[in-house]
Design a protein around this ligand. Structure first.
Ligand SMILES: *[C@@H]1O[C@H](CO)[C@@H](O)[C@H](O)[C@H]1NC(C)=O
Ligand SMILES: *[C@@H]1O[C@H](CO)[C@@H](O)[C@H](O)[C@H]1NC(C)=O
Ligand SMILES: *[C@@H]1O[C@H](CO)[C@@H](O)[C@H](O)[C@H]1NC(C)=O
Ligand SMILES: *[C@@H]1O[C@H](CO)[C@@H](O)[C@H](O)[C@H]1NC(C)=O
Ligand SMILES: *[C@@H]1O[C@H](CO)[C@@H](O)[C@H](O)[C@H]1NC(C)=O
Length: 775
């Protein structure tokens, strides 16, 4: 009986691949869309030409309908994989099959702080392996809506944690590794194993602020009067910021990484809803060579009429998005309203065919109708030891040591007998995941992780939860701190404070957390160690100043292995070397409207600008900041003294009339006029010396600035980075490659990228050198 059942099950499983219409034995395989000798575009056209209007319309939703008469199965386009498989979308299901969990890698803003491209690539590959394993078990799709490559523009943004920080070059570099690692090597006819999605296009970086929401926010000049601000001007996303802040990650994600999906955001940019923004959507295809599908964010089409009142009717919304180039609607809006849009003459059937061409092309490239690629992967490839170790490695490399008075850390194991670990998240596995966490394989809390290291541990929450609205648990925490020889306080944020749909209003620690830290610091025998969780920066100036707080370690959202890695770092098994990928602003920054989209400072209206490239105010910790247990120094072994945009080995490097002299005497070249940007690339060889007693791997960041500052140009910008391993007491040479067109340029007020001629200064640590750019 049992055997017979097993046999039946096995039979059913074996039959599954045959359900694919183009499998040789399938009756549908004779249709031209199954003819593998035809090109993908020809097959895509052959497919939609067989469909009735109703069948076509059913394809326009993330929950796409099947076409049984052609053997086309229903398909769920929406799966999530930001930092591991997550069930925020219906495509991933942890309760419907053998896979019950997946590796929860650290939240992206933490992995970013590692500044290690091969780490980013390896994590994306591991997530892809788990996605395929889960897909082959029937529990996940092949199309994923990650990475989130918006710029972390405002420190209050609840989804800043999902991004790779505030620097466009870093976000671009991250997107390249993520997409290439996830989609895999592109095969013939653009075959890919999985589809990644560059989201959310574009200038989306706010959930809710003073009555504004991401659903209706329109970055366009207008004056309104919210209650805390006497008069508030909402500025347009100007051409300059668009070119050198908001767009670079998307350009790289499409043009270089060759992502097969782009998601348009809810918000409007300069008066046009992004899913209806024909210019910006077409640009991705015409200028960046995008070949893939464009999906809306979820319900982003429904709101165009109902909430944004941008169109007069739902049918107009259908027409405007399809004609703008959007292909898929997350939600059911297009399924409900496309037929009547046709009937009312707002669109033609060809407008639907255009979208179907893109959708079917991606499905064909993924082999959804043919033999699946990587069908040998399965549940055994999920939650593996290797992936867990890689997740731990990402936490180790990303961890940022912010303070370490008198080398208080690392702790010496033989001197520590009794550790008190205090804080609402110190024993909570669910505070460690961050947005878009699925079901972790085997999460370990900080308290659990520390136990094997010391004879005795005492845990006290101190606050009921991260919001910490009351002090009634302080007493217990004080008692715990008094009896221990070493005290670790885990403070910071959680999804109750920052997440999708929730921005913070303050940059300070939530509720009474600061009071808790002060109270504990006043009773401990030795200074304490403060561990901070969270994606967004916190103003911890008080802790920075307080000598009773010896060390501060930022761990972002470390995912399921956070509890394993924290003691490794505290006890010196790993020498931290991550650097912050975003500015930590003081609380006073919250006086600035989140809706002010300008990146550049404007002192005339008291506006300090945003991110390290433009912000002129004080910081708590700056972009690129991070200590180590070793002291490192740098020396520049080789670097060019000048580069010439006209006298290079490439003839006619300037294709059009070159340098133009502005009134204020500045010479520049438009990068679009430079025939070969590659010919301008140069490398800098840097010797990195480790003066400490521990081997270490850390992030080396190379910045550039203009010798004399020019208004509107970045104060400095990152032009290259490498993670470098250096043995104690020795030196390692590292080569950093710089692409001046891309990284030393900035946009002018018309949104044209220009390279300023004259003296630039490149800096690494305390070392700097001058580079002349001339014609
Ligand atoms: C997952 O699958 C189970 C079993 O098929 C189903 O009951 C459940 O609704 C699914 N969950 C989601 C989020 O789709
Ligand atoms: C970068 O990350 C990879 C993958 O974890 C690792 O093998 C490599 O050692 C890291 N590089 C440095 C310099 O730490
Ligand atoms: C859009 O408007 C409808 C009707 O007023 C409302 O129910 C819905 O919550 C709004 N949606 C958003 C995202 O604001
Ligand atoms: C952190 O947030 C998660 C998700 O909202 C919640 O389940 C958990 O209880 C929170 N933890 C604390 C300590 O507040
Ligand atoms: C804590 O207090 C804040 C501000 O009064 C309030 O918004 C929040 O809901 C409270 N949180 C909890 C968990 O009680």
């Amino acid at each position: 009986m049992l055997l017979a059942l097993l046999c039946l099950l096995a039979g059913a499983a074996a039959a599954a691949p045959n359900a694919r219409p183009c499998a040789p034995s399938h009756p549908a395989s004779a249709y031209p869309f199954c003819d593998a000798s035809l090109s993908v575009p020809a097959r895509a056209r052959a497919l939609f030409s067989l469909l009735t209007l109703d069948e076509k319309i059913a394809q326009l939703s993330n929950t796409a309908g099947g076409v049984p008469r052609l053997g086309i199965p229903p398909y769920q386009w929406w799966s999530e994989s930001l930092h591991g498989l997550a069930d925020n979308g219906p495509g991933v299901n942890f309760s419907s099959g053998p896979v019950r969990a997946a590796t929860a890698f650290p939240q992206v803003v933490l992995s970013t702080a590692a500044f290690n491209r091969s780490l980013w690539r390896a994590v994306a590959e591991a997530v892809a392996t788990e996605a395929l394993g889960m897909h082959n078990a029937g529990q996940a799709g092949l199309t994923y809506w990650a990475p989130n490559i918006n710029i972390f523009r405002d420190p209050r943004w609840g989804r800043g944690q999902e991004t790779s920080g505030e620097d466009p070059a870093v976000a671009a570099a991250y997107s390249l590794e993520y997409v290439k690692g996830f989609q895999g090597e592109e095969g013939e006819e653009g075959r890919i194993r999985l589809s990644a999605c560059c989201k959310h296009y574009t200038a989306y970086d706010m959930e809710k602020w003073e009555g504004f929401t991401r659903y209706t926010f329109n970055a366009k000049v207008k004056t309104v009067t919210p209650y805390r601000f006497s008069r508030l001007i909402i500025f347009t996303v100007n051409a300059q910021d668009l070119e050198d802040t908001y767009q670079p990650p998307f350009k790289t994600c499409i043009q270089e990484a060759r992502a097969s999906c782009l998601m348009c955001a809810y918000n409007q940019v300069n008066g046009v809803p992004m899913c209806a923004h024909k210019d910006l959507l077409q640009k991705t295809r015409d200028e960046w060579g995008f070949q893939g599908y464009i999906t809306s964010d979820c319900d982003a089409v429904a709101i165009i009429h109902e909430n944004q009142t941008y169109t007069k009717s739902d049918e107009d919304s259908v027409a405007i998005v399809l004609k703008a180039g959007m292909d898929l609607n997350c939600g059911s809006f297009l399924v409900r309203h496309t037929k009547s849009a046709i009937e009312k003459g707002k669109i033609q059937e060809q407008d639907i065919d255009r979208a179907l061409f893109n959708l079917f092309s991606v499905q064909l490239r993924l082999g959804i109708f043919d033999k699946p690629k990587n069908d040998q992967l399965g549940p055994n490839n999920v939650c593996t030891k290797e992936h867990r170790e890689l997740a731990a490695e990402a936490v180790r490399q990303g961890a940022v040591l912010l303070k370490n008075d008198n080398s208080f850390l690392p702790l010496k194991r033989n001197e520590v007998k009794h550790v008190a670990i205090i804080g609402p998240s110190a024993d909570d596995a669910y505070a460690m995941g961050g947005d878009y966490t699925g079901v972790p394989c085997n999460p370990i809390t900080f308290h659990q992780g520390i136990q094997p290291y010391v004879a005795q541990t005492t845990f006290a929450a101190g606050c009921k939860d991260v919001s910490c609205n009351s002090t009634y648990l302080f007493g217990e925490a004080i008692e715990a701190a008094k009896v221990a020889d070493t005290v670790i306080v885990v403070a910071g944020l959680n999804l109750t404070e920052e997440r999708e749909d929730l921005d913070r209003v303050s940059l300070l620690l939530p509720g009474n957390q600061m009071g808790l830290i002060h109270t504990i610091a006043s009773v401990t025998k030795k200074p304490l160690v403060l561990v901070l969780l969270g994606g967004g920066p916190v103003d911890v100036s008080f802790a920075k100043r307080d000598p009773r707080i010896a060390s501060i370690l930022w761990l972002g959202y470390p995912g399921e292995v956070g509890g394993q890695v924290l003691p490794e770092i505290l006890f010196g098994e790993y020498n931290p070397g991550g650097k912050l990928a975003m500015t930590w602003y003081p609380e006073s920054f919250t006086a600035i409207p989140m809706t002010d989209m300008n990146m550049r400072a404007d002192p005339s209206r008291g506006y300090p600008g945003r991110t390290y490239r433009f912000y002129i105010g004080d910081v708590v910790y700056g972009f690129g900041y991070g200590l180590s247990y070793s002291k490192y120094s740098y020396s520049i072994l080789s670097a060019p003294k000048k580069i010439s945009v006209s006298h290079t080995s490439v003839p006619n490097i300037i294709s059009r009339k070159p340098a133009y002299t502005r009134k204020d005497g500045l010479d520049f070249v438009k990068t679009e006029d430079i025939a070969s940007c590659e010919a301008l690339m140069f490398s800098v060889c840097i010797a990195v010396s480790n003066h400490g007693e521990m081997d270490g791997s850390h992030a080396v960041l190379l910045f550039s600035r203009l010798k004399s500052s020019v208004p509107g140009f970045p104060i400095k910008q990152l032009v290259g980075f490498e993670r470098v391993r250096t043995a104690a007491g020795s030196a390692t040479n590292v080569e950093v490659t710089v692409d001046p067109c891309k990284h030393m340029s900035a946009a002018n007020s018309e949104g044209k990228r220009i390279l300023l001629l004259g003296a630039h200064v490149l800096t690494v640590g305390d070392e700097e050198f001058e580079l002349l750019i001339e014609t």
